[in-house]
Design a protein around this ligand. Sequence first.
Ligand code: PLP
Ligand code: TYF
Length: 394
Amino acid sequence: MFELLKEQPADKILMLMQAYREDPREQKVDLGVGVYKNADGKTPIMRAIKTAEKQLWEIEETKSYTGLAGDVGFADAMFGLLYGDTIKRETVAAAATPGGTGAVRQGFDMIRMANREARVFVSDPSWPNHITMLKHLGIEMVPYRYFDSETRSVDFEGMMADLGTAKPGDVVLLHGCCHNPTGANLTLDQWQAVIDLMTRNGLVPMVDIAYQGFGDGLEEDAAGLRMVVSQMPEALVAASCSKNFGVYRERTGLLMAVAQDPARLKVNQGMLNHLNRQNFSFPPDHGARLVTMVLNDAALRADWEEEVREIREGVLALRVQLADELRRLTNSDRFDFVKQHRGMFSRLGATPEQVEKMRVDNGIYMVGDSRINVAGLNARTVPVLAKALVDAGA
Ligand code: PLP
Ligand code: TYF
């Protein structure tokens, strides 16, 4: 049987991680995989998570199975974080999943079960796993223009034109905030225009939110999502806790089906439970429990919000430093977009050859499309990157 299998292409981002590890140079700089790193290059366990973990060790009495959808308390706590008081809890069916990836994957599964004809419109570019998972499931993917490589901001006209070709029942996949890989995001007016278009044409939104709190703030980063779920009759929402709670390896995420009509709740919840059961039965619980404890305890929550703020402001400061350094070196404002971008990533607009040159000459590792993880920089390496970019001719 195995001889029938073909080799699968590797994940480019994960391959880059491996190449970085194998590089013996001391001055190497890792701007690859989207993992937050502090100025020392470490990905620490967040303070509130560590405290919750100690508490959990004391109070946890069983490791028996949770429910198929995970602990309802996790969904309740995440509901508050994501939606505030913009929608009613009884409009949201939710199931814990292994990470945001699990949520996205099962969201796609649910689309396919509901409507075999539905196509999924995906931003060009997007997180590569969006595309590979759709392909894996045999769902037709339609790219929509998103990034203007000249201005390095959103090509909103192109986006609207492409979404205008979607048929009723097609799904529009949107990044909730901190677009991966570009760092370019919609304004609230643009969110509204997309919502109006989706409403007019009977399209179904799916929002993938993996970086809440890393852009402009916990509330600010959820604003577009909140507009979608409060105005549209239905939405799928995939949330990841990996980055904003720093629980990457615990695999903590949540898939939600939001429906204005509360009569949908029972069927939607049953469908989410069903999908969990088909794929892995019970979702992982440890990370979800820590997140729930942090969100529900006033002191832990305040400390967590403070640490998310420190992370966000640290990344923003690096953006400003990088843009300013590039302004100085190039005598132009053409890299100012770095300051406008939000979240962990920016697509710099260097060619694959220039990216390769920076890797070979300077030991700087970024994704081949010139996406950098800004959090991989520190005050010392910002000028190194800026100079390398200019030397490479970017
Ligand atoms: N969606 C986007 C856009 C992402 O960048 C990520 C990356 O980590 C995820 C989803 C899923 O993250 P995880 O499965 O680690 O929670
Ligand atoms: O885009 C990133 O770097 C993060 C982490 O298969 C990641 O989203 C990368 C690749 C992957 C899963 C997560």
